[in-house]
Design a protein around this ligand. Structure first.
Ligand code: NAD
Ligand code: UD1
Length: 359
């Protein structure tokens, strides 16, 4: 298939692009490099042995987007592009609603006018909000007590996509829109080569990038947010999923797209506590990771993990890699990025809009 990947130089997008190219698909990436670097494109090309077409463009620019669709003749779109920093979304809600919602609405206009029928959307387990549950199935209600604008954009986009598909499929039942909403749990790790990884611009808030900063010596220690939860060791439990497994989930979702909108949890179904994650990193690296116990972080839930049975049943997908694998691969990435060879910002010239092709 010929696939447009929005946000394809980002963390999850870049790993998925490698998996798509390895499976023989053709890929065009659209990214504004807001939270990624051109170095990812080099790493993708090196790993896959061929270079995807790359457009430096913003989804919020509909004219550019239409030009890209005019050239592309895409069979499917995988939509990763979006802003994702939970804390920043609380202080800059308009920026988040504007980027994530307008970007998606533009994409739907382009998809509709260019008769593209297949779409996969990066949603998040955050749409389940704060509920008295720990293990989430796709049928559970969403949009309950979501604590931040980032989470609301995911919930709103899910609704927009359902309304879009319902309207289109009423008009053209013989040529239906096929959409998958993939609700990711907590992605960690990176490509085993160490050439791709999570390399965000700005201050990270998520646990794994912070562990990486401590390991690199960029932070003196990690603060564990609370050890008095009702969990086996008192720290919060999450469902960490290796990004390579997650990328594979997109391939399977593409293969098993069905008319209408179908939703899948992508998680391992296994819970790992903050302390377990830290100790696994220490075990794999042979290094001590300095940490202290701090206060609870407002909005955190004690336990939060997937029931991944639907993905297993319908997409024939399940996680294969472990938290230990993720730590091993993270170490490799740290090693290479410290040597400034991986996924860096060794910027090639970046052309302004209108979109410039880079071959
Ligand atoms: P990322 O920030 O690494 O990648 C997103 C990419 O989108 C970046 O390269 C960024 O430059 C690009 N982008 C953002 N806005 C854009 C715009 N308007 N036009 C063009 N490009 C734009 O994030 P990621 O971790 O790879 O996440 C990918 C998707 O998965 C996001 O939608 C995110 O919300 C979702 N998600 C991520 C996680 C996670 O923990 N990483 C969890 C659940 C869901
Ligand atoms: C967070 C977001 C969620 C988003 C997900 C992936 C919140 C409330 N939720 O989930 O919307 O989809 O990231 O981007 O922000 N921790 C520490 N110390 C730290 C950082 C984290 O102890 O310095 C703990 C947290 O308390 C949590 C666990 O590590 O228990 C994982 O945290 P994080 O990586 O931020 O993910 P989530 O909170 O699960």
């Amino acid at each position: 298939m010929n696939i447009l990947v929005t946000g394809g130089t980002g963390y999850i997008g870049s790993h998925t692009v490698v998996a798509l190219l390895d499976s023989g698909h053709d890929v065009t990436i659209l990214d504004n490099l807001n939270n990624s670097h051109l170095g990812a494109l080099e790493s993708i090309s090196q790993l896959a042995g061929r270079r995807p077409l790359f457009y430096l463009s913003d989804l919020c620019n509909l004219d550019n987007l239409n030009l890209i669709f005019d050239h592309g003749h895409f069979d499917a779109v995988i939509h990763f592009a979006g802003l994702k920093a939970v804390g920043e979304s609380v202080s800059e809600p308009l920026k988040y609603y504007e980027n994530n919602l307008i970007g998606t609405l533009n994409l739907l206009h382009a998809i509709k006018s260019h008769n593209v029928k297949k779409l996969i959307f990066s949603s998040s387990a955050t749409v389940y909000g704060a509920q008295p549950a720990e293990k989430f199935t796709e049928e559970m209600p969403t949009g309950i007590n979501i604590s931040n604008p980032y989470g609301w954009t995911k919930s709103m986009i899910e609704q927009i996509l359902k309304d879009f598909a319902a309207a289109e499929n009423t008009k053209s039942p013989d040529n239906p829109v096929e959409i998958s909403l993939l609700r990711y749990f907590n992605p960690i790790g990176n490509h085993p080569s160490g050439l791709l990884g999570e390399n965000p611009n700005g201050q990270p808030n998520n646990l794994m990038p912070i562990i990486m900063q401590v390991a690199r010596g960029e932070r003196s220690e990690l603060t564990v947010f609370g050890d008095d939860y009702d969990t086996p060791d008192g720290t919060c439990v999450r469902d960490y999923i290796h990004v390579v497994d997650l990328a594979d989930g997109h391939l399977k979702a593409l293969e098993y797209l069905k008319p209408g909108v179908n939703t899948y949890n992508l998680g391992s179904g296994q819970g790992t506590s903050v302390l377990e994650l830290i100790h696994t990193f220490e075990e794999v690296s042979g290094k001590t990771l300095p940490y202290k116990i701090g206060n609870r972080r407002p909005g955190d839930l004690a336990g939060f993990y997937a029931n991944p049975e639907k993905a297993k049943r319908e997409l024939h997908w399940q996680t294969k890699l472990t938290v230990k694998d993720a730590m091993r691969d993270t170490l490799k990435f740290l090693e290479l990025s410290t040597n400034k060879t991986a996924n860096n910002n060794s910027a090639q010239p970046v052309e302004p809009n209108p979109p410039e092709r880079q071959k």
